[in-house]
Design a protein around this ligand. Structure first.
Ligand code: SF4
Length: 404
């Protein structure tokens, strides 16, 4: 029986992503336009305000995983000395470049990933992105700019914000030598305002899953999140999420469920298993369990953006992300969401190649269980399916759901 849905906003998100990649492909071929690569929670608003077409290699990594092209490309990067133990977005992507393949060709007609004029990473999420972008900088002799914020913060303090805002200012100077034009402060304010609007709408979209039954699941969200990752700072993202929110609100009113007969409500902690989204969606749906909240989808909610203080508010927003916080913050965060979404249990995905976004190794599941929030740890990975067992994970999840 397949009662899982990965449908919310599906048609629109396909169109939005196709338009985005078509534009990127055109920008890469147009000598008058510049392309910047950016990490997924990097300072995209600055790049947009400076007129760059912005490309996100992690999104490409997810696509390589979802299409399972990763199976062929990870070993190519492994053979070049990029360990099977490090980020499988990195190894999938570098292996794809070495092999000269990309799922963007079949999906959107692009010959290749767009060649960058500059590479911008931020280590607010991990240091793998630094090694990843450095590979491209060496390969193509492209300028590489890194933002290195303080990490794993209990609190985000004014000195942390000042540090990152100063790094942004230095970066803007470097970018101005590439574009040949100064940053227009009005364009930056507009980009931050648009990002704020889009992220508020994205939060409202995710919050519709507080309804019983929930109109969307984590698996819908993992697809619908494309625009908040790659189109922050644009009107396109705002328009998409406004339409999606209206669609979901109508579903709430109609009592339309992502998982018909919803009986249990689950929180997904950690990365998606991109090559098994559909299968995992079915495992939960077949047991009438709706995965109604997740750390991952929530990671693109940035309530600190403020157009009146663009650089400082960006610094605060990108410092404050879940992955960049200490364990006490993470514990309180999941506890709060568990209460707000009426969670029966948590599935912790221990992603083999992303310890940065796996939170089951330092006693967190046990601490939350002691507070009445039971959990199970599922071993897997974001892209490397050699680390994931369909049988074991299904058995574990079904046994866990039985106990709830
Ligand atoms: S956070 Fe994890 S998945 Fe994302 S780039 Fe870093 S190591 Fe890879």
């Amino acid at each position: 029986m397949n009662v899982g849905t990965i449908d919310a906003g599906k048609t629109d998100v396909k169109r939005v992503m196709r338009d985005y990649f078509t534009d990127l492909g055109e920008a890469a071929k147009d000598p008058a336009r510049k392309v910047a690569w950016c990490t997924s929670v990097g300072p995209a608003e600055i790049l947009r305000a400076m007129g760059f077409a912005v490309y996100f290699p992690e999104n490409h990594g997810a696509l390589l995983g979802a299409t399972r092209v990763s199976a062929d490309t990870i070993p190519v990067a492994n053979a070049q000395g990029y360990s099977p133990e490090i980020c499988s977005y990195l190894t999938s992507d570098i292996g794809a470049c070495l092999k000269g393949v990309t799922p963007l060709t079949k999906a959107y007609g692009l010959d290749s990933v767009p060649r960058p004029d500059v590479l911008v990473y931020c280590t607010n999420q991990c240091k793998d992105v630094m090694h990843w972008f450095a590979w491209y900088a060496r390969k193509w002799n492209v300028p590489l700019i890194g933002i290195h914020p303080p990490n794993h913060l209990p609190q985000v303090l004014p000195e942390h914000v000042a540090d990152v805002a100063a790094q942004y200012r230095r970066m803007i100077g470097q970018l101005e030598t590439i574009t040949g034009a100064p940053l227009d402060p009005e364009a930056l304010r507009l980009a931050v305002a648009r990002s704020r609007e889009a992220t508020d709408l994205w939060e409202a979209v995710l919050n519709t899953a507080r309804a019983r039954p929930a109109p969307l699941s984590f698996f819908d969200g993992a697809i619908a999140m494309g625009p908040i990752v790659v189109l922050r700072g644009t009107q396109i993202a705002t328009d998409y999420y406004r339409a999606l929110l209206a669609e979901l609100q109508a579903k709430v009113i109609a009592g339309q469920a992502a998982v018909p007969g919803e009986r249990l409500r689950v929180y997904w902690e950690g990365m998606p298993v991109w090559g098994r989204l559909r299968q995992l969606s079915d495992v939960f749906a077949n047991n009438r369990a709706a995965v109604v909240a997740s750390t991952y989808c929530n990671s693109w909610i940035f309530t600190d953006f403020d157009a009146e203080q663009p650089l400082e508010s960006m610094a605060r927003a990108y410092l404050s992300i879940f992955i960049n916080r200490d364990d006490a913050f993470k514990e309180a965060y999941i506890e709060r969401l568990a209460a707000e979404f009426g969670i029966d249990g948590v599935v912790y995905h221990a992603a083999r190649t992303c310890p940065n976004n796996s939170n089951s190794s330092y006693n967190l599941p046990q601490r939350l269980a002691a507070k009445g929030i039971p959990g199970i740890v599922v071993d897997g990975d974001l892209c490397d399916l050699r680390c994931f067992s369909d049988e074991q994970s299904t058995t574990l999840i079904e046994a866990f759901l039985e106990t709830l």
